[in-house]
Design a protein around this ligand. Structure first.
Ligand code: GLA
Length: 381
């Protein structure tokens, strides 16, 4: 990927890039829709990600190219608003560029930019956060800025919330920023506070990408966000993380049925994250697996962010030897299922699951055996 980024940049702009940065995608291990509710979450950076190559350009023009589309999108600095149509992808690097000013950081005043990626888009592995962090690091390489990593992570989320317009939490940017090989990232989202936790030896991640994506995905995510905020207001707390499962049950009558179920998912999920931490610490991976699968069931029945395709994969994986547990990973409404397995689970076991899915739905999911990886960084070349 590194060579490809340099070669393609040179072909497009006629000279080598000045800086190169890479940021990984992530797996949401457990902690579904807990982040923007002030809760906790565990994720892992993976060894697939996005690469951004950039160079300064004469002031006033920002040039963006991507390996996956032909042509250059040129945005004048004087009209750097939100893009529509086929060039909508530019909103990620442009949102980061705009956010630099809002954070009081020096912006590159002219830019040549290329992004390329080995991360599947739309798989729930958070290619958007990876683009945001790699872009931020590349711009900082051009301007010489050196803010704390936590600030770069917050800026990525700010761009997504305020420019792209998705009311996401800090999970994706936090894991992409603080990931570490052979580790999980724990985030207490209220701080936010970031920690790494060793990945249990011999445990593996497999991702099954269904390539399904609900047409209204952004609207559905925003609707869940709204329902959670309404539920917190109805319960008289600032954020759902302020309540325990028992307290929610005591106050249940205060909420309409739908908002109660949304709150139940989030509050019990925060409890599951804590129980997964305990089980991880004692090496009880069977219990970790049961909690992952319980998280999925709650998505299915309480939060309603699963789909028949994701449910089928989780059911099939639950009955497959060497699988501790499985759940949808990320926002939901399509995307991917993550399986947490022992070292004996193999490509042929994964292929059997994919075959069963193909028989049922007529198309094959992509199977990725993901390694954990390091967080976002500038890359020397
Ligand atoms: C998406 C968002 C995250 C988080 C997850 C669900 O990945 O970007 O902030 O809310 O969904 O847990």
């Amino acid at each position: 990927m590194k060579e490809l980024a340099i070669t393609r940049f040179t072909q497009i702009y006629g000279h080598a890039p000045a800086v190169l940065a890479r940021a990984p995608g992530r797996i949401e291990f457990i902690g579904n829709h807990t982040d923007y509710n002030g809760g906790t979450v565990l994720g892992a950076a993976i060894d697939l990600g996005v690469w951004v190559a950039a160079a300064p350009a004469p002031a006033g023009l920002l040039h963006f190219a991507t390996e996956s589309q032909r042509g250059i999108v040129t945005v004048p600095v004087s009209a750097a608003g939100k893009q529509v149509g086929a060039q909508r992808w530019v909103n990620y690097p442009l949102g980061v560029w705009t956010s630099f000013r809002e954070f009081g950081w020096r912006q590159p005043d002219g830019l040549e930019y290329l992004v390329c990626s080995d991360l599947p888009v739309g798989a729930g592995l958070s290619s958007s956060a990876a683009i945001e962090l790699a872009s931020a690091l590349a711009y900082l390489g051009l301007t010489g800025g050196n803010p704390a990593r936590e600030e770069i992570v917050k800026l990525g989320r700010h761009a997504e919330n305020n420019f792209v317009g998705v009311p996401c939490g800090i999970l994706d940017q936090g894991v992409s920023g603080f990931g570490r090989k052979n580790h999980l990232v724990f985030i207490d989202c209220r701080g936010p506070r970031f920690e790494t936790v060793p990945m249990p030896a011999g445990a593996h991640f497999w991702v099954f990408n269904t390539h399904t994506k609900h047409a209204l995905i952004d609207g559905l995510y925003a609707a869940r966000h709204r329902e959670c905020m309404e539920a917190a207001r109805g319960l008289g707390v600032a954020l759902l993380a302020d309540l325990t499962p028992a307290q929610l049950e005591q106050k249940r009558a205060l909420l309409p049925e739908v908002n109660y179920r949304r709150a139940k998912h989030v509050i019990e999920e925060i409890d599951r994250v804590a129980r997964v931490q305990v089980a991880l610490a004692s090496g009880d991976l069977a219990s970790v697996g049961r909690l992952l699968t319980a998280s999925h069931r709650s998505s299915q029945t309480q939060f309603e962010n699963s789909t028949p395709e994701l449910d089928f994969l989780v059911e099939t994986l639950s009955e497959t030897p060497h699988v501790y547990g499985a759940r949808l990973t990320g926002g939901g409404f399509g995307g991917a299922v993550m399986a947490f397995t022992d070292a004996e689970f193999s490509a042929s076991g994964a292929a059997q699951v994919a075959d069963a899915y193909a028989f049922r739905f007529g198309s094959r999911p992509d199977v990725l055996h993901c390694e954990t990886g390091d967080g976002a960084a500038r890359v020397d070349f």
